[in-house]
Design a protein around this ligand. Structure first.
Ligand SMILES: [Zn+2]
Length: 679
């Protein structure tokens, strides 16, 4: 270790970005060793202030503290997710409990909490503006939820269990990554490639190349951008079964990467956590900080879709079974047949072939489409910057400018799958927006896992994912709040998917597709007939996707609603729940518990997988405002959307924000109609 640690220097880089080219894994432990005590010293100083607590000397000071630490933490989180290495993984394991201990030192700081609690008790008399009041209420709740109100005797135990939980979450995530990168299915001859369209062959070749296999080899990995199209197109039932089983078994192999005992221990500790807080279950504890409020509200929503979707799936199953017979494939059909047969039925019924669509969805064109939508809705322009070092050569950087051409933020797009990256798609930040020091420019990153190719062609689902994450990105970029705790996506968990999911709607708009869905070779616009077929075909097989999603959401709630002190055998519990719910065996679930990272890679989505559907109620209803206006870019609605949803962060209660946008409370019917569950 040299004396110069780039993490602790001033970042004299373009836009104050992290000095990516200088940072190495070994810099993080010493950097945190300096930054954590420095942060704690700031906290001690706020707590030791001799003047009586005021909003300024306590809340505003707390919100402004720890900037060095958060700068390093955000970089660390991004690198371990987007571009990890064995060295970084080792650092992650070492640091997880230390970072959790640091969080405890702050949120269990008796002196600081005493000041916050004193202000909270007098909040009505403090003459605060709405954003200040919201900050006070939020921070108070953060402290209470983190254990600040616990009797001193319980606090040490509480710290120990949150630190252990952090270590277990890290292990859970790393085990999934290990199983994903450990799996590869070599397609050794032409027979193994049967049915695969050109784009998938190209991606499978690229994946083989990345694994150092000889030129011309083809490999299918568990990355969704390979595995899902493989399940859709491969004529080889045995190979589809191998991929399906490989996906299901992630985290469920005996040995060092077995996540079943990890998840069981996480559940035991969460129950103890809920117990200490005085809640009967962990779900009750989690739901206090959500729009839903109580587990019953979640059950009511999921109950509206589960049985109707199963009922609706019966018709689809009959059509798929008939298709299987006509192809000479065995029946009853299995989970590894559903996508394949559904694609065949879709082709027969709608004459629509995914492979026919893909040439119109070149990644580059779709990036242009999402930027164009942001321009037409919010007046934003995106100007690509070259020559600035980022975390990986495939990542790209854009300046984001508003109508007055003022720089409002930076956007990083990292779109390709690689072994060093987590699977899935997500948005994160390197820097938050806030009013701190005259204003801080947000730096937002979108990660996807598209298969890299000379020209990357997306499926329409990929396009929606791209737009989804960009919706989160805009939530971070358009944020206009004073306090960092309230900025961008730091909203309630069942509200955070509203800005992302509503943005998917523009990907389906005809005017957007006409302009941007152009053939990657000829540049021709998508033929109107194909566009029409795409629209009609999208209604097909909605029951399947509803079941794939709602099953895991129901099992999540059931698991986290177990009374405190219940011992959980993860595999047995899951099997029992699947039987109880009647999860159709030929459909299965999008996630199984042994790799369900939403639940176990951290607490945010625990008892919270439902949040996507909760937000879907909001986004389907919100988007209807544009449909009612007959213009997807109607400016008055777009301006209300920007003001109340995209830029207001957590400045106000989300129910009030929605009401301000829509002039009424949300209705559930638009979501049910979109899923084809009501007429
Ligand atoms: Zn999302």
């Amino acid at each position: 270790m040299t004396a110069i640690n780039p993490l602790l220097q001033d970042w004299n880089t373009p836009y104050g970005l992290p000095p990516f080219d200088l940072v190495k894994a070994e810099h993080f432990v010493p950097a945190f060793a300096a930054a954590l005590p420095a942060h704690l010293a700031e906290i001690d100083a706020i707590a030791a202030e001799s003047a009586a607590p005021t909003f300024a000397n306590t809340l505003a000071a707390f919100d402004a503290s720890g900037r060095l630490n958060s700068r390093i933490s955000l970089l660390f989180e991004n690198l371990t997710a987007s571009e990890t290495s064995p060295a970084l993984q080792a650092v992650e394991v070492e640091l997880a409990p230390r970072l959790a201990a640091h969080r405890n030192a702050i949120y269990l700081h008796a002196g600081l909490f005493a000041r916050i609690a004193a202000l909270y008790a007098r909040r009505a008399e403090l003459d605060l503006d709405p954003e200040q009041l919201r900050l006070l209420e939020r921070v108070h709740l953060d402290f209470v939820r983190a254990g600040a109100n616990l009797p001193p005797a319980s606090r040490a135990r509480y710290s120990a269990l949150t630190e252990r939980l952090a270590a277990l979450s890290t292990a859970f995530t790393q085990n999934v990554l290990a199983d994903e990168s450990g799996f590869s299915l070599a397609l050794e001859d032409e027979a193994a490639l049967a049915g695969l369209p050109e784009f998938l062959r190209a991606s499978a070749q690229e994946a083989a190349q990345q694994r150092g296999l000889p030129a011309g080899s083809h490999v299918i990995t568990l990355s969704p951008s390979l595995a899902e199209p493989f399940l859709t197109f491969s004529d080889r039932r045995d190979l589809r079964e191998a991929v399906w089983r490989g996906r299901v078994a992630r985290g469920a192999h005996d040995g060092v990467h077995d996540n079943r005992p990890v998840a069981a221990e996480i559940m035991a500790l969460r129950q103890e956590q809920a117990q200490l807080h005085g809640y009967p279950t962990y779900a009750d504890y989690q739901l206090v900080d959500r729009m839903a409020g109580k587990p019953e509200a979640v059950s009511a929503l999921l109950g509206k879709v589960w049985e109707p979707a199963k009922k609706k799936a019966e018709d689809d199953r009959a059509a798929l079974t008939e298709m299987a017979r006509s192809l000479g494939q065995p029946t009853p059909i299995a989970a590894w047949d559903w996508r394949y047969l559904a694609e065949k039925v879709r082709q027969a019924r709608y004459d629509l072939d995914d492979a026919e669509l893909k040439p119109y969805f070149a990644l580059e064109n779709m990036i242009g489409a999402m930027f164009d939508c942001a321009q037409r809705l919010f007046g934003l322009s995106f100007v690509e910057q070259h020559g600035v070092a980022l975390h990986h050569a495939d990542a790209r950087l854009w300046e984001v400018r508003n109508r007055d051409n003022a720089l409002i933020g930076l956007f990083i797009g990292d779109n390709y799958a690689r072994a060093s990256k987590r699977s899935g798609a997500w948005m994160h930040i390197f820097r938050s927006q806030s009013g701190h020091n005259g204003g801080t420019l947000p730096v937002v990153i979108n990660n996807n896992n598209f298969a890299k190719a000379d020209v990357t062609l997306l499926s329409f689902d990929d396009v929606r994912t791209l737009f989804h994450e960009f919706g989160h990105g805009l939530h971070g970029l358009l944020s206009q709040v004073k306090y960092e705790r309230l900025a961008g996506t730091q909203v309630l968990q069942d509200y955070v998917e509203l800005p992302s999911q509503i943005f998917e709607n523009w990907a389906e708009e005809e005017v957007v597709l006409q302009r941007h869905a152009r053939h990657y070779q000829s540049g021709a616009a998508m033929p109107p007939a194909l566009l029409e077929k795409l629209k009609r075909a999208r209604q097909f097989d909605q029951a399947w996707s509803t079941i794939m999603y709602a099953g895991p959401a129901l099992i999540d709630m059931a698991l986290h609603s177990l009374p405190n002190g219940s011992k959980v055998d993860i595999a047995a519990f899951e099997a029992q729940q699947c039987a109880l719910l009647g999860v159709p065996q030929d459909i299965g679930q999008r996630h199984y518990l042994s790799h369900f990272q939403h639940l176990f890679s951290g607490p945010d989505y625990a008892a919270g997988y439902y949040v996507y559907m909760w937000a879907e109620v909001l986004d389907a209803d919100a988007y209807d405002a544009f449909i009612e206006a007959g213009d997807p870019f109607e400016q008055k609605i777009a301006e209300r959307l920007r003001r109340y949803i995209y830029s207001s962060g957590n400045k106000q209660d989300p129910a009030l924000a929605f009401r301000a946008f829509r002039s009424r409370d949300p209705k559930v019917e638009p979501m049910l109609a979109k899923r084809g569950l009501i007429a």
